[in-house]
Design a protein around this ligand. Structure first.
Ligand code: TYM
Length: 330
């Protein structure tokens, strides 16, 4: 059984990426001891919106180090950088030729991002789901752990795999998304109707895993809530508070009713203060490990090993695809 996922190195991962994705990779590592797990830095994905060269380089390395800092064990999980395994781009083009422009235009993320980009929207932003499908299908991945916002892309991947198999014969495993009920959509701390995002122009809405600890705590203290002043879990009328309760529940592994019981009759201030401490402790633990690994030789060795492992699998699959389609001479 194979599990695969990736994150874009666009800025530093957020608490949303951590709770919706990274933390689950670590849990899966423990839950599925026999599974083959691949986790990668999706650097090609991040250039769908042009990036500054030195920023990109830094973010790629940061993300790789953060994978280890949050608890991925390179003995159990293969960690690699997407652009270092050329077959991703190759299969992506092949899938572009087996998909339709209409399918790409229907993707919610394309619609949202292309509105923001206006005239400068790149072709890569449109074809991005084919690259994501290539990432998944290259390795015959059975399960793809992601947050809610990536579900549609995994569903498209399934459609593309089924279509290809029908057209050319059994080639790809049809993957399934793995989305946990809680944490799949962490919201902005300033605008709880929108998801917390690495590219949020308002830095107060989003906590990055490498934020200064005191700054991160302040972001929790100043998070938007409401005027009702009652500790309740009501996503419709108290979305800001519900989001904070979700974060608390996930980080402390306490269910929502127990949190409400604990803070019954108390104000938001006490609750936020405790949550600020919890978030601070979480970041501190991650950052300590990050600082140990970021400039180490070990990080390069892990990424070299990951690249070699992934390349062997990917090459085999691409050869199979070529044969099925009649590409090349063999
Ligand atoms: P990306 O980099 O936007 O996000 C990485 C992961 O974090 C999840 N996530 C969230 N979860 C909860 N709350 C949030 N506010 C939040 N924001 C982000 C995302 O759902 C995702 O799981 N295209 C992908 C990366 C990718 C990929 C892949 C994933 C490329 N190839 C193949 C899986 C398999 C992306 O842009 O994720």
């Amino acid at each position: 059984m194979r599990i695969l996922s990736g994150i874009q190195p666009t800025n530093v991962p957020t608490l949303g990426n951590y709770l919706g994705a990274m933390r689950n990779f670590v849990k899966l590592q423990e839950e599925y001891k026999d599974a083959d797990i691949l986790v990668f830095v999706a650097d090609l994905h991040s250039i769908t919106i042009p990036k500054d060269k030195s920023e990109l380089k830094k973010n790629i390395k940061n993300l790789a180090a953060l994978y280890i800092a949050v608890g991925l064990d390179p003995k159990k999980t293969h960690i690699f950088i997407q652009s270092e395994v050329k077959e991703h781009s190759e299969l992506s083009f092949i899938l572009e030729c087996n998909s339709y422009i209409g399918e790409m235009e229907r993707m919610i993320q394309f619609k949202e991002k292309s509105v923001k980009q206006g005239q400068t929207v790149t072709t890569g932003l449109l074809t991005y789901p084919c690259l994501m499908a290539a990432d998944i299908l290259l390795y015959d991945s059975n399960y793809v752990p992601v947050g809610e916002d990536q579900k549609q892309h995994v569903e498209l991947t399934r459609d593309l795999a089924i279509r290809f198999n029908n057209r050319f014969g059994e080639t790809f495993t049809v993957p399934e998304p793995l989305i946990r009920k809680s944490g799949a959509r962490i919201m902005s701390l300033q605008d709880p109707l929108h998801k917390m995002s690495k590219s949020d122009p308002n830095p107060k809405g989003c906590i990055s895993l490498l934020d200064d600890i005191n700054e991160a705590k302040n972001k929790i203290r100043r998070a938007v809530t409401d005027n009702l002043g009652v500790m309740a879990y009501d996503k419709e009328n108290q979305p800001g508070l519900a989001n904070l309760i979700d974060i608390y529940s996930l980080l402390e592994d306490i269910n929502v009713p127990n949190i409400l019981e604990k803070y019954k009759g108390l104000g938001y201030k006490e609750f936020k203060e405790d949550l600020a401490e919890i978030v601070g402790k979480t970041l501190e633990k991650i950052q300590t490990k990050y600082n140990e690994i970021i400039n180490s030789k070990e990080l390069d060795t892990i990424l070299d090993e990951g690249r070699e492992y992934a390349t062997t699998l990917a090459r085999k699959k691409i050869n199979k695809v070529h044969k099925k389609m009649g590409l090349g001479r063999n």
